[in-house]
Design a protein around this ligand. Structure first.
Ligand SMILES: *[C@@H]1O[C@H](CO)[C@@H](O)[C@H](O)[C@H]1NC(C)=O
Ligand SMILES: *[C@@H]1O[C@H](CO)[C@@H](O)[C@H](O)[C@H]1NC(C)=O
Ligand SMILES: *[C@@H]1O[C@H](CO)[C@@H](O)[C@H](O)[C@H]1NC(C)=O
Ligand SMILES: *[C@@H]1O[C@H](CO)[C@@H](O)[C@H](O)[C@H]1NC(C)=O
Length: 385
């Protein structure tokens, strides 16, 4: 089941350019603005909420091993692209808004990754896989963690002739120049794999955050300058969590209170670490994307964002209230998709619909759910090169 428990456009650039041009009181011609791309590439990391095809499976041993089957991809790509959604993920909308192509998955990279590469892989954890093996946490069948993704990134750089920090060679400079680092949500799996075990949540919290901090430190030391870091979502609002917990463990939104509390605390500690990294690497800009509060805000008034079904999975089986059955999840013959995925927040019991990802990206990019705001990052990039 838990293999993948997890989880802008040219106009933005134009807006940034308009702000920029007014503050410098000089005209930006249409020609420059359509050509200007603040970032030439994106390197992305994370789990199934960010994975654009590193994972593939038609018949995994667990409930979420069916991402290669229909109806995954039905809304936008019209076939499965091994993304855990009916269409685009947040990282896809981010790429589009920066006028960049969709990010190719590292494992199946065909070109040279000139516009960036996606290292995120479904099911992956913040904590090293060995920890789960050592503690008999056999729910974790995914050997990849954020450390694996760092190894992949290093291999990718080596292939480009870069063996040191950004400043060490022209090859390294080229690989880091104009690069946006998108560190998607990762950590939800770590908690999920320990459900029912004797490993205390506090241990997971400590190890996961320390692993992520170590990862961020490594890429910042190498020379990452523009880094977007996403916190954990309100994972207590996912049908999987709702199905596995007692009905008296609910908050005012109908989500699992203890789980949302846990992810909230995790995010608070994570942000304190980011603050320390900002002091340690003053030349870098680190933006925190508040997935938890954005998701929570949508849940408080789903209708305002066009949603009719906040808690029910679009694709699944079992019917109300959650349309979720761990043994017959989306992609298996007994599951089916709803007719109107855009009215649903949740796609398959764990992952979200393209419609929800689109709403969230808008909140991050145009709204107030990134700290500092995403526009500030674009603005600084356009000024600072
Ligand atoms: C930001 O807002 C503009 C104007 O409303 C919109 O066209 C654009 O799609 C938004 N960006 C994202 C990423 O949603
Ligand atoms: C893991 O399982 C093995 C075999 O069942 C057992 O010997 C060992 O003590 C277990 N380890 C932990 C940390 O529970
Ligand atoms: C989470 O639980 C702790 C301890 O029970 C409590 O102090 C805190 O206010 C809760 N936080 C949220 C966001 O619910
Ligand atoms: C640990 O997880 C359990 C189950 O979700 C929850 O009841 C408890 O409050 C959690 N403790 C902390 C410190 O998050």
């Amino acid at each position: 089941m838990i293999t993948s428990f997890t989880g802008f456009s040219c106009q933005v650039i134009l807006i940034a350019l308009i702000i920029l041009s007014s503050s410098f009181s000089c005209a930006v011609t249409t020609k420059t603005s359509t050509k200007a791309r603040p970032f030439k590439k994106i390197y992305a990391f994370g789990d199934s909420f960010t994975d654009t095809g590193n994972t593939r499976s038609v018949s995994g041993p667990s409930g979420f091993g069916h991402v290669s089957n229909p109806p995954y991809g039905i809304t936008f790509f019209h076939h499965s692209t091994n993304r855990y959604s009916d269409g685009r993920l947040m990282i896809d909308f981010v790429a589009q808004s920066l006028s960049l192509p969709f990010l190719p998955p590292y494992r199946y990279l065909k070109g040279n990754g000139a516009y960036g590469v996606n290292f995120a892989v479904a099911g992956s954890t913040a904590i090293n896989h060995a920890f789960f093996v050592k503690n008999n946490l056999t729910l974790n069948i995914t050997p990849e963690s954020i450390q694996t993704q760092l190894l992949w990134f290093n291999k990718f750089l080596e292939r480009k002739g870069c063996r040191g920090p950004a400043s060490s060679s022209p090859e390294c400079k080229a690989a880091f120049d104009d690069a946006l680092f998108w560190v998607g949500e990762i950590g939800v799996n770590d908690y999920a794999y320990t459900i029912g075990s004797t490993v205390p949540n506090e241990t997971i919290q400590k190890l996961a955050i320390s692993s992520l901090t170590g990862f961020l430190e490594a890429i910042l030391k190498k020379g990452a300058k523009y880094v977007v870091v996403q916190g954990l979502p309100t994972s207590g609002c996912l049908p999987l969590a709702l199905t596995l917990t007692p009905e008296d463990d609910r908050d005012n939104l109908g989500c699992v209170k203890s789980v949302n509390n846990q992810t909230h605390i995790h995010n608070t500690i994570y942000q304190a670490k980011l603050q320390a990294l900002r002091r340690q690497f003053p030349e870098a800009l680190i933006t925190y994307v508040d997935y938890w509060t954005a998701y929570h805000t949508v849940m408080e008034n789903p209708g305002r964002y066009g949603f009719k079904e906040p808690l029910k999975a679009c694709c699944g089986s079992g019917g109300p209230p959650y349309n979720f059955d761990v043994l017959a999840t989306c992609g298996t013959p007994s599951a089916s998709a709803c007719k109107n995925p855009s009215q649903y927040i949740n796609w398959d019991g764990v992952h979200l619909t393209e419609a929800m990802y689109k709403v969230l990206v808008n909140m991050f990019v145009n709204g107030t759910f990134s700290h500092p705001p995403f526009n500030e990052l674009l603005d600084r990039k356009l000024r600072g090169g």
